[in-house]
Design a protein around this ligand. Structure first.
Ligand code: GLC
Length: 472
């Protein structure tokens, strides 16, 4: 039975969405790419093994990079058998071309946190959304929604509607999104792997975003326009390696990007900088990102896998292992509190199956109700995306409005509630989703869940950006 309180949070989604019209400017940088989506089942996998003439070893380990066809197959099977998401980088172009011949795609859609968030912010009604793309080929530009409020730059730094820019010399940057469904089975070497949770494996060949390429004409455009910027939504660092493939330094790329954002901040003192952490394979870069972003950004968004990944590189391996083993909501909550205490960030938002948790410093301007309303809107939009595969119009954003909070999500809430009452002695948590102490405020929202989602990719980006920008 869903309590009236939780139901009421979801009753406000329509008016919360209208708040977006009050937001003057959002800058969404740096990674936009083309996602080539494939729904993969056992037949596909068998046919890949056949055509690639190899198959995963009986006791394969998850590869860190895709250096061969078998790394590709093993990386996929690792995600499939555990029901987890991960992105691996393809190490060289000839391998990319070989895989390309075999894998193909079902359809293309906007990819990259920058591109996905740009589209979502534009359709939600933000007045001016500036989106960065290292490549603006015709194929890429066509994936930006054809909205006047979604702009990017021409080579000379002039502003133009993003969907109308076609830079013929730019290379399309394609990532494979290999999605799989809960309950599907793949048998290899007489071992049956049954997928416990719908998710995806991403295989990426993207020489521009591998080095966080920043288009100088975009920087010129922002300098010239001097727009009012309320939020900078920052992502695309997860493809960096140290050193970069061309010998350059990831740390220098991170510093350059921070300097650019600092310049924007000079004329927009109240601007909020949100960093979206993503599946970052290079452990050195992962550690560097946490060290660089934690004392500098105002907010960070991540999922449970990314939380575990960070803990692994900041000396909290035991907590990381425990979280990884059981994916227990209480463990994840404890881990989030630990991460918050280890960071200097005023706000972190974690999202995982059935639950969003915002942890923030006390005495913020934005009310707790507003934060919960923002998360309820994010959950509704995410469910609409899962249900229909597309959230390209204002109406479609709320197509899942009215769906009930899932029973699984309420179980997760109870689980976290037990942890909060045993650890902190707070017994009201299950009815409010809120726990406060001197150091932090924890604000939760159980979510709607959609069975057999049409798509999952880009969900985290949608959740993080909507929750943040809609909370006023
Ligand atoms: C990563 C992938 C990109 C995908 C995005 C979704 O950035 O590289 O292909 O669209 O994640 O969040």
């Amino acid at each position: 039975m869903i309590s009236p309180f939780w139901k009421s949070c979801y009753d406000n989604v329509c008016s919360t969405l209208k708040e977006f019209r009050e937001v003057s400017g959002v800058v969404s940088v740096f990674n936009s790419n083309i996602d080539a989506i494939v729904k993969v089942d056992a037949q596909h996998f068998a046919s890949w093994c056949n055509q690639m003439n190899c198959s995963p070893e009986p006791h394969f380990v998850n590869p860190l990079t895709i250096n061969s066809e078998s790394d590709f197959l093993e990386g996929f099977l690792h995600c499939f058998s555990k029901g987890i998401a991960q992105e691996l980088l393809i190490s060289h172009e000839s391998l990319f071309l070989n895989i390309h011949k075999v894998v193909g795609y079902d359809h293309l859609q906007m990819g990259g946190q920058g591109g996905i968030i740009g589209n979502v912010m534009s359709v939600s009604g933000v007045q001016n959304v500036m989106v960065h793309a290292a490549s603006l080929s015709k194929e890429q530009a066509q994936l930006f929604l054809p909205n006047e409020n979604l702009v990017s730059s021409l080579p000379d730094g002039t502003m133009a509607q993003a969907s109308k820019i076609h830079r013929s010399e730019d290379l399309p940057l394609i990532h494979w999104i290999l999605e799989f469904n809960k309950g599907d089975k793949i048998t290899i070497n007489d071992v049956e792997y049954c997928c416990p949770k719908s998710n995806r494996f991403i295989a990426t060949w993207d020489p521009q975003n591998f080095k966080l390429a920043i288009d100088q004409s975009f920087i010129k455009m922002v300098e010239k326009q001097k727009p009012k910027i309320d939020y900078v939504l920052l992502a695309g660092y997860q493809m960096l390696t140290e050193p970069l493939a061309d010998g350059g330094s990831a740390l220098e790329r991170i510093h350059e990007s921070k300097q650019i954002v600092d310049q924007w901040r000079e004329s927009n003192k109240d601007m909020i900088v949100h960093f979206e952490f993503a599946s970052t394979q290079d452990r050195g870069v992962r550690k560097m990102l946490f060290a660089e972003m934690s004392p500098w950004a105002d907010s960070m968004g991540l999922n449970e896998q990314e939380l575990i990944d960070i803990l692994e590189v900041i000396g909290e391996e035991a907590t990381a292992k425990r979280c990884e083993k059981f994916l227990d909501p209480s463990d994840l909550t404890e881990a989030l509190i630990l991460l918050f205490n280890r960071s200097e960030l005023p706000r972190i938002q974690l999202h995982f199956y059935g639950m969003y948790i915002t942890i923030r410093k006390r005495n913020q301007n934005i009310s707790v109700e507003s934060v919960q309303n923002g998360m309820a809107l994010a959950a509704t939009v995410a469910a609409s995306k899962a249900k229909t595969g597309a959230i390209n119009t204002e109406d479609s954003l709320l197509s899942a409005a009215g769906c009930e909070i899932s029973g699984v999500s309420l179980d997760v809430l109870n689980n976290i509630g037990n942890y909060i009452s045993t650890t902190y002695g707070e017994s009201n948590f299950n009815s409010t989703g809120i726990y406060r102490c001197d150091e932090f405020e924890l604000i939760c929202m159980p979510t709607i869940l959609i069975d057999n989602p049409v798509t999952l990719v880009g969900m985290g980006d949608t959740i993080s950006s909507i929750s943040l920008v809609s909370a006023k």
